[in-house]
Design a protein around this ligand. Sequence first.
Ligand code: KG4
Ligand code: ZN
Length: 341
Amino acid sequence: MLENRLILAIETSCDETAAAVYSPLKGILSNELFSQVKIHEKYGGVVPEMASRSHIEKINLIVQQALTKANVSLDDISAIAVTNKPGLPGSLLVGVCFAKALALAKNIPIMGINHLEGHAFSSFLDGQPPFPHLCITASGGHTSLYVIYSFGDYQVIGQTLDDAAGEAFDKIAKVLGLEYPGGPLIEKLAQQVNFEDFYSYPRGATSGLDFSFSGLKTAIIYDLARRELYDLKTRKLSDAMTAQEQARVASSLLVCMRDIFIKKISLARQQYPNIKALSFVGGVACNKFLKKALNEYCQQNKLSFFSPAPQFCTDNAAMIALVGNYKFQQGHIDTLMLDIF
Ligand code: KG4
Ligand code: ZN
């Protein structure tokens, strides 16, 4: 029965242990998360073995917290949705094994959910984008362009051929001597110089709807080396590098990213003229500058614009619960043989 249905979702695909409870009538009842950022920041990226160990330590606590905040018990749960792909194998296994144990113990259905589908539909957590719409998913692991026709019916029309957009921010931040994750720090620095474009970095290595960001990092390194701010041999910044210069690079990078996104969205609209809206999701969609720029683009082009609140942009279990709910409705239930990938 729709009135009583409650979905418990579990997400452990990378470095966030997350759980949420969702009611089709009332929406998200709880959305709990433990972030491992502090564990991984000194290594400049996620260490898979440490990520799995931390998930094991935290998963029971986070699931209990999600149930308590939602004011329900495990006995009230109708079905469990768990991310089973893509992601770090060891991390995914923790969530999937935990979910299977709960499903077996309580004799309730389990559904394996694609993490990317979670991001692609996350704008429905606090909005109602009309179909069909274009969705740009930009995170640390993925950058894709989708046409979304309805729940569960979507087409990937472009994706990155190398680095993801968030990965590009993280890698370039590392070159600039900034901590992980680099995206938020790049935004902060760019703001100090009013988001101006100082260096006109290259806007596009690909002509179609696919993305390519690895050349951008190389272009930035070579530009810094040419201006004697970076030593190509030692792979280190030179003493001549200043905080002001860091901000100029960060700002030029952000403006470049905006232009790349807008270029691909414009091209996609030419190929799919019946598009009614744009949704911008994934960790990179926390970026206020990019959000504002894409919103303005939509206003100029008579499209509605949707981008979820920051807690729904970065990895979370609420988006997994939302997809779990429509999978349940469509009868897409898995068995206890559910595996990762
Ligand atoms: O979705 P997410 O939490 O995890 C993945 O599925 O990868 O995204 C994390 C990514 C990181 O690369 C981080 O640098 C980027 O999102 N990010 C940002 C901002 N906040 C997070 N990138 C640009 N600007 C931000 N404000
Ligand atoms: Zn993600």
